[in-house]
Design a protein around this ligand. Sequence first.
Ligand SMILES: N[C@@H](CCC(=O)N[C@@H](CS)C(=O)NCC(=O)O)C(=O)O
Length: 236
Amino acid sequence: MPQSDGGAGRQSNESGASAPGGAGRQSNKSGALTLVIGTRRYSSWSLRPYLALKAANAIFDEVEIALRQPTTGAAIAAHSPSGKVPVLRHGMHVVWDSLAICEYVAELFPEAGLWPQESRARSVARSVSAEMHAGFPTLRSACSMDMCVTTPLDDIPQALAAEIARIDALWADCRARFGQGGPFLFGAFTIADAMYAPVVSRITTYRLPISKAGRDYCDAVWALPAMIAWRDTACA
Ligand SMILES: N[C@@H](CCC(=O)N[C@@H](CS)C(=O)NCC(=O)O)C(=O)O
């Protein structure tokens, strides 16, 4: 799978064509990539485009803004038209919203295969990504992401159980229909996995009840080199 935390990576160019030599991709007109994120430990939205950029083996700088501080709003406003992180800067160009950034990264690096190749698989990957982006409010509020502590949740309200059951079912469906080529939802790592990585963190750290297949999927995402790198920095 195309995960790498090593130094040599890709820089984008507008055509998406490969640079010779394999050491990376030089951007031409578009400029350097900078991902502006919130505190790694808590910023579930920021984790997604980080994983997408890593999966594309992109070269990018990171700016981390401390969340939940008196200065947070002003610090984010210096980068983000929406007042939220993550934001991707590409030269003078700015993209905000985690899913929009993932889409942009997929277009900058088409060879990374960040969406499944096959049209129906891709449409399902987009469906489950959108479902995550817009949904699961109880999981978000009852189990806010904190990668650095394990806090088993013993009392699972019905609304939360229903959301976990839906996630488990959609993961099982993706794995059964499209997951033959690897341990991720569509086999190889895609944006759908990036979108669900914060859910994996919540299920893991809150020890939420999930099927064996769901647990195996969580373990695969939790063990990604880029996920480990994020966690190591977040919890250092
Ligand atoms: N839909 C947005 C949501 C981004 C979001 O809510 N980000 C939070 C941090 S994880 C934020 O910037 N909050 C502003 C603040 O804490 O002041 C996305 O997907 O990027």
